[in-house]
Design a protein. Structure first.
Length: 168
């Protein structure tokens, strides 16, 4: 077999093959990231017997929903208090670490979110009044999700909560 006389064709063919492999690798990495995140997607109900509520009253019911979004995830908290009052709050988690304006009933300030690894997401809220809340969400074995909440109020008091959820 005679090698081609035009070696630039060989280089281009090899470069093209490299591009195809690289595109495939990037696609697989993106798919892997979606699959990692996908373990947390769905509806999760609080297991109050395995959870701690320091600095907060235990609700009658607490459910979180995590859904895919074109720019990250939608994180929704549905809460029913002991007196029957129901609240629902949703936020988009961009998972890029950038601070964005945030406002809810208790906080006006900024929120950032980022994926720490394939099982962990960190959400940080800095309120204008000086309060700060850090949420760390971890998926675990056997359809379990743990939400750790580290809160510092504007008067300096600190609270830590550990909420354990089970997939529904």
């Amino acid at each position: 077999m005679k090698p081609p006389s035009d070696t630039s064709t060989v280089v281009l063919v090899l470069a093209g093959a490299h591009c195809i492999r690289m595109r495939s690798a990037l696609l697989l990495m993106a798919l892997g990231a979606v699959c990692w995140a996908g373990a947390a997607y769905g509806t999760w109900k609080l297991n109050s017997g395995r959870s701690t509520f320091a600095g907060d009253t235990q609700p009658r019911s607490l459910t979180i929903r995590i859904e895919p979004h074109a720019k990250g995830e939608v994180f929704t908290v549905d809460r029913i208090e002991m007196n029957g009052r129901a609240t629902s709050c949703s936020t988009i988690l961009y998972l890029d670490g950038a601070e964005r304006d945030f406002r809810d009933g208790e906080c006006s300030g900024t929120q950032s979110s980022q994926r720490m690894d394939n099982q962990t997401v960190e959400i940080v809220r800095n309120c204008a009044a000086g309060a700060r809340t850090r949420f760390v969400r971890r998926t675990g074995p056997k359809n379990e999700l743990v939400l750790q909440i580290f809160e510092q109020q504007s008067d300096g008091r600190r609270f830590e909560r550990r909420l354990v959820f089970e997939k529904q």
